[in-house]
Design a protein around this ligand. Structure first.
Ligand code: DLL
Length: 432
């Protein structure tokens, strides 16, 4: 199913031509009218005339989060303040927040991207969509809300928190789709079980749009098998607009709408542009945003571009699901480890669930990584040796797949933190 077949299935050559036209117009506009971009291009010795084909994008300088912070709040905006109709703010973990502005045109495109995303996973006007992402400064709630309304679905704007009430409303209103973080949906499943509610028996839920944090195929299986639904990945960042891109029902990577964004993947250290299939840091240029344009923005998310076309018929480029952020990568005794790799290995073990915490310490100058994981109630046995066997198996899997030693502590079911929004699973107590 397509929301906008002309845009989504445009022949690849036509799409590239359209991307070039949009890029050229954007660069000319920014050089003329935006001080930040003008100075940045000038410093890099590049003028709009130098952009003569799509590949010439590589002549343009990269942008980073610090550019956004240094120009806080609105110095990078490209329209008069009176034309801004919405702001969102990303809190971030360090430094100043990032402020994103939208005019009507920007909101319209963002909503269109979500209408396409929802349609591509089979959500229709017959669905009732519960939006359990936070509403407010975070982009998740309002973004999904407008997308669901655009396709004509009924929307339950429940935001985060008050989980028991959310579950009751889900049953009362016959909710068929939920949009939230994967960690919140796992938490919801736990709370429902405590209330004696079985998602399969007592609700009409059939799909989930999960994102805003990294999650793995292992987590997807746990959620799908536990709740009896299909779970799809949704991706975006506040700087781009918010959530925008999803998998289609083929589930072979995230479709990045080509008329809206041009993507590259670069080596995080050398910034060399990498080819399809090579893993690196995602760089996005937003081709038709008016208020807060982005050219070659280094997002820090790690992924790779797929080369072959998707069987669904969409021609937009696809990326592999995000495995983490370059700034989330842990270096344990010289070995690079992404938290999502730990999750991937952990969830191979059927006796644990999706609740875990990673703690890194430095003991006698050596890095020590501890993984706390909850053991499922049914895996608890009176025999201590069974629990020890589970722990040994996870430790040996971690050594085998990640090449690092991980100390595993198995915890009682329900004892580790739950999250309503984005999860916080890593505590790095090393002092650098
Ligand atoms: O998290 C926007 C969003 C809302 C996406 C709802 C999906 C659903 P920020 O708060 O700016 O925006 O955080 C963006 O979150 O750079 C990634 O590191 C991470 N992230 C978002 N979606 C995914 C995903 C929203 N599906 C940052 N998989 C991004 C992995 C994700 N990481």
């Amino acid at each position: 199913m397509f929301w906008n077949p002309d845009a989504e299935c445009k022949p690849i050559e036509d799409l590239r031509k359209a991307q070039y036209r949009s890029l050229k117009t954007l660069v000319m506009r920014l050089y003329e009218f935006n001080d930040f971009y003008h100075d940045k291009m000038k410093a890099a010795g590049v003028r709009p005339d130098d952009i003569t084909c799509l590949k010439d994008i590589s002549k343009l300088p990269f942008m980073t989060k610090s550019d956004l912070r240094d120009n806080y709040p609105t110095k990078m905006f490209s329209i008069p303040p009176k034309d801004v109709v919405r702001y969102h703010v990303s809190s971030g973990t360090t430094g100043k927040p990032t402020l994103v502005g939208y005019n009507r045109h920007d909101l319209d495109y963002w909503t269109e991207s979500l209408a396409r995303a929802m349609t591509s996973v089979g959500i229709t006007s017959d669905d009732t969509v519960q939006v359990s992402y936070g509403y407010g400064l975070f982009t998740g709630g309002l973004g999904l809300h407008y997308g669901a309304e655009r396709i004509g679905a009924s929307v339950l704007p429940s935001s985060t928190g008050n989980t028991e009430r959310q579950i009751e409303l889900m049953m009362d209103l016959g909710v068929t789709v939920i949009a939230c973080t994967p960690s919140y949906l796992i938490h919801m499943g736990d709370v429902a079980a405590r209330m004696g509610i079985d998602f399969r028996r007592d609700t009409l839920l059939r799909k989930a749009l999960l994102g805003a944090e990294p999650w793995t195929e292992g987590m997807r299986s746990q959620i799908e098998n536990g709740l009896g639904i299909n779970a799809y990945d949704i991706y975006g960042t506040s700087e781009l607009a918010g959530p925008m891109f999803t998998e289609c029902t083929e589930r072979k990577g995230l479709h990045i709408w080509g008329d809206m964004a041009y993507i590259e993947v670069v080596d995080p250290e050398t910034h060399e542009v990498l080819g399809p299939g090579q893993k690196g840091e995602l760089v996005i240029s937003m081709l038709n945003k008016e208020t807060f344009p982005l050219v070659r923005y280094m997002i820090k998310d790690v992924t790779t571009i797929f080369d072959e076309e998707c069987a669904c018929g969409r021609t937009s480029p696809r990326i592999e699901r995000i495995s983490g952020r370059t700034d989330d990568m842990l270096i344990i005794r010289g070995i690079n480890v992404f938290p999502s790799q730990v999750e991937h290995v952990l969830l191979k073990c059927p006796s644990v669930n999706g609740h875990y915490q990673i703690i890194v310490d430095r003991v006698n100058s050596l890095d020590v990584m501890t993984l706390q994981a909850e053991i499922n109630p049914e895996a608890f046995s009176d025999k201590m040796e069974d629990v020890v066997a589970i722990k040994n198996r996870i430790e040996s899997d971690m050594r085998k797949y990640l090449n690092v030693s991980v100390k595993v502590e198995l915890k009682e079911y329900g004892s580790l933190p739950r999250f309503e929004g984005k999860s916080r699973r890593v505590t790095d107590r090393r002092k650098f």
